[in-house]
Design a protein around this ligand. Structure first.
Ligand code: GLU
Length: 297
């Protein structure tokens, strides 16, 4: 595996193979690749396929095909998250030993019902930055016996981060450094607010690691110095900084680029075939057209 020169920037594009890449992914991949080239850095591709219910080999093959068609090149071997589940499990165990995670068997439906019941009494339930109601927290206070009973019950469960204690344990207030690709040496400090996410899920019985956990573990293992991704993940960076601090992982700098919106003004989705890179290719467009389209918009 290629090794970085000291101080050499390392970038990554980290798509999930749960659909076809669209113009928003093209922008992300191109910005990462162009910044790496401009800064004499490395460009890695990582396949984020921990959610096995939604990821498919044909989407992974399409990622390689679309990126190669765009004229991008990346280092081999490509890291695939499903090959490294033991590493995410080790990170969860470490947080368990620190007493910062607890098992939770409440389903999304249970949470919705609890929140609806509370809201029916006129209470405004807090929501996370993505608009999802925060987990109500009942299982956080379980005694060791109650936790053991939950684990032995055979019900599916998740490990949730005890956010309040995690923030306390992290100590010093957290921030991240955001850069502008035109002036990558200048950074703006952004205050992180992981508590806005409540007790996030870090793994589930059907998905052995959450996005948050695997992304910080992998960014550290791959020596990523520059995390460049869409604005839709801006607030998630607060959780990533918290996990990095708790797990003693290095801190990359971040750039969250603008999103490409569809004609309806909403973020593009993988189910919208019209904005897929493959659709533009099939319609006879050249890679340069796609590059101009995403960078020029
Ligand atoms: N896998 C994530 C996605 O496809 C991106 C992860 C990241 O860039 O941090 O949305």
């Amino acid at each position: 595996m290629p090794i970085s020169r000291p101080e050499q920037p390392v970038f990554r594009f980290a798509p999930s193979p749960n659909g076809l890449l669209h113009l928003g992914h093209a922008l992300s991949a191109i910005v990462n690749h162009d910044m790496a080239t401009a800064m004499g850095g490395r460009f890695l591709l990582r396949i984020e396929d921990i959610d096995r219910t939604r990821c498919r080999p044909e989407f992974e093959a399409a990622i390689f095909e679309d990126l190669a068609w765009l004229g991008l090149d990346w280092e081999e071997p490509v890291r695939r998250q499903s090959d490294h589940l033991d590493l995410y499990a080790a990170a969860i165990e470490r947080l368990q030993r620190m007493g910062l995670v607890y098992p939770s068997a409440m389903t999304r439906g249970d949470i919705r019902a609890a929140v609806a019941a509370a809201e029916a009494t006129g209470l405004a339930w807090p929501r996370d930055p993505d608009g999802t109601p925060l987990y109500p927290g009942g299982e956080r206070g379980f005694s060791p016996e109650e936790q053991a009973a939950l684990l032995a019950s055979g019900r599916p469960y998740a490990w949730r981060l005890d956010m309040q204690n995690a923030v306390k344990r992290a100590g010093e207030p957290l921030a991240w450094r955001e850069i502008d690709p035109v002036r990558p040496d200048e950074t703006t400090s952004i205050d992180a607010d992981p508590a806005a996410w409540g007790d996030v899920v870090l793994s589930r019985s059907d998905a052995p690691s959450s996005y948050h956990l695997s992304v910080v573990v992998d960014d550290a293992l791959q020596g990523i110095t520059h995390v460049v991704r869409g604005r839709d993940l801006y607030h998630a960076t607060s959780v990533h900084r918290l996990l990095q601090r708790l797990l003693d992982l290095p801190e990359p700098v971040y750039h969250h680029h603008r999103l490409i919106l569809g004609p309806d003004g909403r973020k593009l989705s993988k189910s919208n075939r019209d904005t897929g890179i493959a659709a533009f290719r099939a319609a006879g467009h050249e890679p340069a057209d796609v590059r101009a389209m995403v960078l020029g918009q």
